[in-house]
Design a protein around this ligand. Structure first.
Ligand code: HMG
Ligand code: MG
Length: 299
């Protein structure tokens, strides 16, 4: 059955901006994060401590973390692929970190330069250190509904296997990601059910890219199962530089509009969120891709 309330995890400042061609100044990132929090966002990805050679757009994450005015009760999370990233995250005062692996071997090689098993080995000391430091760790499982690489088939059992390993390592949330937005509702349910067979539904989250316009429908399938942890990105920003064909995440304002209509609590002020979508899109020199941001602006 549907949850009464959800936790929205805002990924716009990380997944959203990591893929932008133009440089986004630290001050704009800081303003984006602060506006989102002002709109009611309580969990937000502020950046990644990854190699600046691999993802130059996130190279100023330490500055972003230093410059944001933090609000109590808000989770400021960063991606950390290894111990180097973890040390930087801890130094920056991140209140949560995220490890990321996936169900596609080809994507793992392209994205983090190692096999899926090797990525889990790299996370082991990160999990250990985070436990000692009292920093909660969330995990992301990429390519759960399809691989960006031709011919590679992703089995639900593989998604479940990686999810279970991450959960058993101590991750408090496992976010199942449709990196390239190819899923459809029945397929989504099949994969999510395979995962729900091996880890508790309460710790499962979903992270849908909207490449084929299926994200809201897939989200609805996840909600129907009772999943209450949703990733989304203001203005529908997003993509992964190492996943050919991936476009933006499901837009936070589209999700909030849908949930408001369903009577599912988000704690977010839709008007402020839409203003924020126009703010960041204005900086990027385009309109937000989301229907709701455009519909509400037109009024
Ligand atoms: P590597 O080259 O194999 O790493 O990259 P290495 O350990 O051999 O180190 C090479 C150099 O990188 C060294 O520097 C290290 O110090 C440095 P050098 O000696 O050459 O000057 N280095 C680092 N620097 C900063 N931060 C670090 C770090 N680690 C090593 N953490 C590595 C391996 C994982 C570092 C690299 O592949 C990488 O940074 N990948 C990140 C890719 C990424 O961020 N992708 C996007 C995020 S995932 C995503 O978007 C999907 C998601 O949204 C869910 C979904 O939609 O599917 C989450
Ligand atoms: Mg993503």
């Amino acid at each position: 059955s549907y949850p009464a309330a959800v936790r929205l995890f805002e990924v716009g400042a990380r997944d959203g901006l990591q893929n932008e061609k133009q440089e986004v100044p630290t001050a704009i990132k800081v303003e984006l994060i602060e506006r989102l929090v002002e709109a009611g966002v309580t969990a937000i990805e502020t950046g990644s401590f990854v190699s600046p050679k691999w993802v130059p757009q996130m190279a100023d994450t330490d500055k972003v973390m230093a410059e944001i005015t933090r609000k109590s009760g808000v989770v400021y999370s960063v991606l950390t692929p290894n111990m180097t990233g973890y040390e930087m995250a801890r130094a920056s005062g991140a209140t949560e970190i995220e490890v990321f692996s996936g169900a596609s071997e080809a994507f793992s090689q392209k994205n983090i330069n190692c096999t899926i098993d090797e990525s889990l080995d790299r996370f082991a000391p990160v999990m250990e250190a985070a436990k000692q430091d009292g920093i909660p760790v969330r995990a992301s499982v990429s390519c759960a509904l399809g691989s960006p690489f031709k011919g590679e088939v992703i089995l639900p059992a593989k998604v479940a296997d990686v999810s279970k390993k991450l959960y058993d390592m101590g991750c408090y949330e496992v976010s199942i990601a449709d990196t390239i937005g190819v899923g459809t509702p029945f397929k989504t349910r099949e994969v999510l059910e395979a995962v729900a067979n091996v880890i508790p539904l309460e710790v499962m989250g979903v992270h849908f890219h909207d490449t084929y316009g299926q994200a809201l429908a897939n989200l609805s399938a996840a909600l129907q199962m009772g999943i209450a942890r949703l990733d989304s990105s203001v203005a529908g920003l997003g993509g992964c530089p190492y996943a050919p064909g991936a476009t933006g995440n499901v837009a936070t304002e589209d999700v909030v509009y849908m949930l408001n209509g369903m009577g599912i609590e988000t704690g977010i002020d839709l008007n402020k969120l839409v203003e924020t979508a126009w703010f960041i899109s204005g900086f990027l020199g385009r309109k937000p891709v989301s229907r709701v941001a455009n519909a509400m602006k037109a009024k």
